[in-house]
Design a binder for this molecule. Structure first.
Ligand code: IPM
Ligand code: MN
Length: 334
């Protein structure tokens, strides 16, 4: 039928409601996407947490998935399912564009940066143990392979989007060996991209500078180890209005999963109050990734128009609209 099948993980809490908005807007826009809804409720294989075989098969078959929020337990218990997904499919690069939304006012009106986060190792390796009572070790694992892979991706990405400046963000003054390796890989890979300007900046300095004035970061692609990217991407999201407005894509060699970075918001789940924008913008990244650029642009323009009009926006943005009213307004603006 000329449609592309995409795996859909609706997620927990507000996940199903915001997924419904994406589905409604996609069908109104005649986006050639057929959804295959899958559950990733964890299963255990040899005592190890995994995602169900049919979910793995679906994503492997379709190459592309869209994912709502999955609740992550704090402290003891299962590994975050979010991480299990990233690991299972070896989604090594996490792309997080952060761009001001015209019409949605924050103290910063001109943010337009892209963060690329190493997505498989670092402090997220899950290697932790008790040394003796009261003393624990969490291993930050940095490998040349994973560093080179994400750095190469970042340079390639910079070239593809015509933003010919890559900056590595690190803390090699303290993490001398791990970030030192990441940084030396960056210097090496940079040589393969002579047309891309390369430099590096300490993480703390980058935080200070970007909240003071984000504009010098506008023409750059920032690339960094996993945990730094987690934190810095939330900080950048804060500049433009929060996690309700920022998209994200987990990219691998075989498949990719596009997801909203915010939580499952159990307090408002089922009430029709959630803001689907982050998931929508992630679904637009997904369309672009699939080469469906016309549909992507059309839906994106309708979202931005709706946000700029400001009459039909959700509570988190200071409006009164229900989730479905916002989606209907976007559809009108298509
Ligand atoms: C994110 C989230 C995840 C992370 C959580 C949910 C495991 O905060 O995608 O940034 O820490 O990577
Ligand atoms: Mn995060």
């Amino acid at each position: 039928d000329g449609k592309y099948t995409v795996s859909l993980i609706e997620g927990d809490g507000i996940g199903p409601e915001i997924s419904q908005s994406v589905k409604d807007i996609f069908s109104a826009a005649n986006a050639p996407v057929k959804w295959e809804t899958i559950s990733v409720d964890p299963v255990f294989k040899d005592g190890k947490q995994s995602i169900p075989d049919d979910a793995i098969a679906s994503i492997t078959r379709n190459y592309v998935a869209l994912k709502g929020p999955l609740a992550t337990p704090i402290g003891k218990g299962h590994v975050s399912l979010n991480l299990t997904l990233r690991r299972t499919f070896n989604l090594f690069a996490n792309v997080r564009p952060c761009k001001s939304i015209q019409g949605y006012k924050t103290p910063y009106d001109n943010v337009d940066t892209v963060l690329i986060r190493e997505n498989t190792e670092g402090e997220y390796s899950g290697i932790e143990h008790v040394v003796v009572d009261g003393v624990v070790q969490s291993i930050k694992l940095i490998t040349r392979d994973a560093s080179e892979r994400v750095l190469r991706f970042a340079f390639q990405y910079a070239q593809d989007i015509g933003r010919l400046k890559v900056r590595a963000v690190h803390k090699a003054t303290i993490m001398k060996m791990s970030d030192g390796l990441f940084l030396s890989c960056a210097n090496e890979i940079a040589k393969d991209y002579p047309n891309v300007e390369f430099d590096a900046e300490l993480l703390d300095n980058a935080c200070l500078k970007i909240v003071s004035d984000p504009t010098p970061y506008n023409d750059k692609v920032l690339v960094m180890p996993n945990l730094y990217g987690d934190i810095l991407s939330d900080m950048c999201a804060g500049l433009i209005g929060g996690l309700g407005l920022t998209p994200s894509g987990n990219i691998g060699d075989e498949c990719s999963i596009f997801e909203a970075v915010h939580g499952s918001a159990p307090d408002i789940a089922g009430k029709g109050l959630a803001n689907p924008t982050a998931l929508l913008l992630s679904s637009i990244m997904m369309l672009q990734h699939m080469g469906l650029t016309e549909h992507a642009s059309r839906i994106q323009a309708a979202i931005f128009k709706t946000l700029a009009e400001g009459k039909t926006i959700t509570g988190d943005l200071g409006g009164k609209a229900k989730t479905h009213e916002y989606a209907e307004a976007v559809i009108k603006n298509l």
